[in-house]
Design a protein around this ligand. Structure first.
Ligand code: XUL
Length: 596
């Protein structure tokens, strides 16, 4: 696509900056005016918190060829130091587990990123759709009457100066908050148990979810609750700022609240009643993620020269946006993100509610299927710890050990929890077992295992990596993912490790692809903006993959096959049997030591 969108004639300084090996390579590629692309020329998206969750606001602009054209970023701690956050949050020294962010800081971050884009000569007039990605679960509380502020923004002033008095709660609870255990148990009890809540809403109660947070506000600060006109998720809050009115909560992010009926994709009366009175009116309606939330407010048209008909597509959570950005689009597609925490998510038609995972509507096809997700707290820091203790503090040695040890590790199974684990819910600790005859599934009476204190160093490394992948396979199957998956897309720091990827292919029995970019959530939000725009224009839902089919390698969404599906199917089957033994031991451990 031609670069008419940026600057006046010639190359703008934004283009020049990108041209010097900066971000993306869509700028200045000189595609002709005639390339009639079906979707927007420039699609910006704002991505909160994917890189280091909660620490920044990043904007990415995508061109008509789905290439990243420009990016910019605002770091909360360093560029908005007057809020005095650390990693974008406040950790309450007085209330255990209370973690919040100043809501106004996000408003000011929006001011700042728009100024930065303006100063880099981005031509806002070429933008025809905007969407975004925010951390899941965090909630924002609008004070009674705030819709008037939203609807009458003065384009001569910054947003931050106009929203100072707009919130009934100044500090929004964020995804890291875990101060609502009491409310979680109470909600579960009121709906008939944790599994009932999971069947209804897709997850049992979680401290970080908005429902328990709302119940806590109602219980502890009833005047604040009564003085709240509207409750937004952070995603719908940002969309509200852009449309100048309360935006709907999107059905995918809405599923992370313990309030939405995950099958009907509407508020659950039972869950609402278990949470707080008169809640439905404060939540507004839900909308599918490809829906248009509204036209951009005249504030941005006057101040930044956006086009009047630029649409704001529903914002969503970071994990649903990552699913879109990693191009998962068909039931059976699975993503494994190996980062600080490990996250696994995929698309399935056949979800099975459980106590462990999360079920959301599929963010790229909300009508039909589901997104399932597992979150592990012990990810790269635990891998680093084992590397330091058993592999000479060296990733090379770690890799050599993985390559030298036999598949199935001679039945050596390890559980390593440097942090309290979410999945399974076990406290800090390590547990090691050697199992014999796990291949002989039918000889139940002969099953045997014994605990050991330590393995030889190379076996520790394999036990750690195999163990995490076996757990992922077991729990994704349990929550309804098909086995084997159609394909896996691996991402996150540890996905650069070929030995880990090979093991992933052997354990899951499918092709493993990788992506080279770090920001799938941001890219996914930009793609969803284009998708929402297209559906809106056509007046019907269009499968998202039509947007990149047959040209993926020419877009910023590209991924490459790193390890093909294994040919040794007996090994895949044996991993299945080892996985069953592992889960039996895991259940035992949870029964003995688990935090339920
Ligand atoms: C998922 C979760 C996090 C947040 C923050 O349930 O809590 O992944 O979305 O990024």
């Amino acid at each position: 696509m031609e670069m008419a969108g940026v600057g006046g004639g010639g190359r703008s300084h934004l283009q020049r900056r990108r041209g010097r090996g900066g971000v993306g390579n869509g700028a200045g590629t000189g595609r002709g005016r005639g390339s009639a692309e079906p979707w927007p020329r420039l699609v910006p998206t704002w991505d909160f918190w994917r890189r280091k969750r909660g620490t920044s606001l990043k904007a990415s602009v995508l061109d008509a060829n789905l290439k990243i054209f420009a990016t910019d970023i605002v770091n909360f701690d360093t560029e908005l130091p007057h809020y005095k956050t650390k990693d974008g949050v406040y950790r309450d020294p007085l209330i255990n587990g209370r973690i919040t962010s100043p809501t106004l800081m996000w408003v000011e971050a929006l001011d700042l990123i728009l100024e930065k884009l303006k100063n880099s000569n981005l031509n806002f007039g070429k933008i025809i759709a905007v969407s975004g990605s925010a951390q899941q679960h965090g909630s924002v509380y609008w004070k009674n009457g705030s819709c008037t502020i939203l609807a009458s923004l003065d384009s001569n002033n910054r947003l931050v100066d106009q929203f100072r008095d707009a919130f009934s709660v100044q500090e929004s609870p964020v995804w890291m908050d875990c101060s609502t255990t009491e409310q979680c148990r109470a909600i579960e009890k009121d709906v008939g148990g944790a599994l009932e809540l999971s069947k209804l809403t897709g997850s049992c109660a979680h401290e970080r979810y908005a429902g328990p947070q709302i119940r806590k506000i109602f219980e502890k600060q009833v005047q604040v609750y009564n003085n709240t006109d509207r409750i937004s998720l952070i995603s719908s809050f940002m969309a509200s700022l852009l449309i100048g009115g309360y935006a709907c909560i999107d059905q995918t992010d809405g599923a992370g609240m313990n309030l939405m009926d995950v099958i009907l994709r509407d508020w659950s009366k039972i869950a609402l009643e278990a949470t707080a009175p008169d809640l439905e009116a404060k939540l507004g309606n839900l909308a599918p993620p490809h829906a248009v939330a509204g036209l951009i407010s005249s504030y941005y048209v006057e101040r930044y020269h956006f086009k009047k008909d630029c649409v704001v597509v529903q914002w969503s959570g970071d994990n649903p946006n990552s699913l879109a950005g990693l191009t998962l689009n068909t039931p059976g597609d699975l993503a494994i993100s190996l980062g600080t925490s490990d996250t696994v998510f995929g698309i399935t038609m056949d979800h099975k509610p459980s106590l462990e995972g999360h079920i959301f509507p599929n963010p790229v096809n909300v009508e039909e299927d589901y997104m399932v997700m597992l979150v592990y707290k012990n990810g790269s820091l635990t891998r680093e710890d084992i590397r330091n203790r058993y592999a000479n503090k060296s990733w090379e040695v770690f890799d050599t050990y993985l390559k030298e040890t036999p598949p199935l590790n001679g039945g050596k199974i390890g559980f390593y929890y440097k942090e309290h684990e979410i999945l399974p819910p076990l406290p800090i600790g390590e547990h090691r077992y050697i199992v014999r005859d796990f291949e002989k599934e039918y000889l139940d009476g002969l099953k045997e295992e014994h605990r050991v204190i330590e393995f030889d160093a190379p076996f520790e490394v394999r036990a750690l990596v195999e163990g995490q992948l076996l757990s992922m396979r077991a729990h994704t199957e349990k929550i309804g993912m098909p086995c084997p998956p159609r394909r896996i897309i691996a991402t996150g720091g540890a996905s650069a490790n070929k030995a880990i990827l090979s093991l992933m292919a052997s354990i899951f029995g499918c092709d493993v692809y990788t992506v080279e970019r770090p920001d799938s959530a941001s890219l996914g939000a930009a793609l969803r903006a284009a998708h929402g725009w297209l559906c809106h224009k056509i007046g019907a839902f269009v499968p998202i993959k039509l947007m990149y089919m047959n040209k993926l390698e020419h877009t910023s969404l590209n991924c490459k096959l790193s390890v093909p599906a294994p040919t040794d199917l007996q090994l895949v089957a044996n991993y299945g049997l080892l996985m069953k033994r592992r889960i039996e031991i895991e259940n035992h451990l949870v029964h003995e030591k688990g935090r339920m």
